[in-house]
Design a protein around this ligand. Structure first.
Ligand SMILES: Cc1ncc(COP(=O)(O)O)c(C=O)c1O
Length: 383
């Protein structure tokens, strides 16, 4: 046992790492290097002068670095409150509630809102944070096949047939983080209208799609049975997240959600950054246009050079290799050519679908994209 006297306390952990290494699944931290084809900084805001200036000015004007307490105590600052009000208006929602990040926000939502007697029905490719929230929550949990609304409907029918009368919480991502495809939101909201709620994780769509970059759920925002998650750590260039939805649901979270109540509030500087990022989305539509140009260019190059690859059509362009080892090897060879490309293996993605997750951002130029496509054609393995 790890805690017993005279026993190597670290043995379990070393062995586990050894086993991962033997299966080719050991992860390690590699500092960023090379041209950005792996970040989620899609429209290049993380290092932008305007975001940096806003935070610098805020510090100069006395905005504190830390919130210094939980939201229910002294941590509820005017900057956070203003940001949430502004964001609710921007996205067209009834209200918004901030969290330190998207992971904790998803965890908080799914572990708090669905109640005993409800069904939490998740797309099978939902993010790990949704799975963790589901595990900690009170509702029964089931999955439906990725993007398959008829399967979701079938699962609900079976559940109702068994006599359940609770609400159904359907959980999807608007743009899937590892596949770059979109959820059939219009059909899903129809199901939610009949049975309960739709929760849309907009992590990879906020700032990229929709009018003013409001995301793919912009038409659904403001309905009482739709909740959205807008993260600030991806296209918005900072960190943190907002849950947008009907005020009674958010009031319930303020009162019942342990990850909200028992945590230090997000930094007021991130509220300033978030507010500025929303202004940039409105003022600088060229960023979204340029990104769409990158997506089209990469798609056209790949269609010519590796026509066997299915290209997603969004800024997340996974190139599925299949087995783990050749994927990681290929990613390493491409990195040696100066492109920051990461391989993604199971368990993050299903077995047999290890991939290069090519992410297109404004941190790369059109020339960089052309050179990457050339390099991919040259190094793509014959499996
Ligand atoms: C779909 C999705 N939801 C939530 C998160 C978590 O967001 P954050 O990075 O802000 O914690 C991620 C990040 O990887 C994500 O891809």
């Amino acid at each position: 046992m790890a805690g017993s006297v005279g026993v190597d306390r670290l043995a379990f952990y070393r062995q586990d790492m050894d086993q991962l290494a033997a299966r080719g699944r050991l992860r390690g931290l590699a500092e960023r290097a090379g041209i950005d084809f792996s970040s989620n900084d899609y429209i290049g805001l993380a290092g932008s002068a305007r975001l940096g200036d806003a935070v610098r000015n805020a510090v100069r004007e006395g905005v504190p670095v830390g919130a210094a307490g939980s939201r229910l105590l002294r941590g509820h600052t005017r900057w956070q409150a203003e940001f949430e009000d502004h964001a609710a208006r921007f996205f067209g929602a009834d209200a918004a509630l901030g969290f330190g990040g998207g992971y904790v926000a998803n965890f908080a939502l799914f572990s708090t809102l669905p109640q005993r007697g409800d069904l939490l029905l998740m797309d099978e490719l939902s993010h790990a944070s949704t799975h963790e929230g589901a595990r900690s929550g009170r509702a029964e949990v089931q999955k439906f096949r990725h993007g398959d609304v008829s399967h979701a409907e079938q699962v609900i029918k079976m559940w109702r047939r068994a006599g359940h009368t609770g609400a159904v919480w359907i959980a999807v991502e608007s743009l899937y983080s590892m596949d770059g495809d979109v959820a059939p939101l219009d059909d899903l909201v129809g199901l939610a209208d009949q049975h309960g709620f739709l929760v849309i994780d907009e992590a990879h769509a906020t700032g990229v799609f929709g009018p003013d970059g409001r995301g793919l759920s912009h038409r659904l925002e403001g309905r009482e049975n739709v909740l959205t998650l807008h993260t600030m750590g991806k296209a918005l260039g900072g960190s943190g997240a907002l849950i947008c939805g009907a005020r009674p649901l958010l009031d319930f979270m303020v009162n019942r959600c342990r990850p909200f109540i028992f945590a230090t509030a997000p930094s007021p500087l991130m509220a300033v950054a978030g507010r500025t990022a929303l202004d940039i989305l409105r003022d600088e539509p060229w960023r979204r246009d340029e990104l769409q140009g990158h997506v089209a260019l990469f798609g056209a190059e790949m269609a010519q050079r590796l026509p066997q690859m299915q290209i997603s059509g969004s800024q997340i362009a996974p190139l599925i290799v299949g087995p783990d080892a050749p994927t990681m090897e290929l990613a390493a060879r491409i990195r040696k050519r100066g492109f920051d490309i990461r391989g993604v293996r199971p368990p993050t993605v299903p077995d047999g679908t290890a991939r290069l997750r090519v992410s297109l951002t404004l941190n790369a130029t059109r020339q960089d994209i052309l050179r990457l496509a050339e390099t991919l054609e040259e190094l793509w393995p014959d499996l």
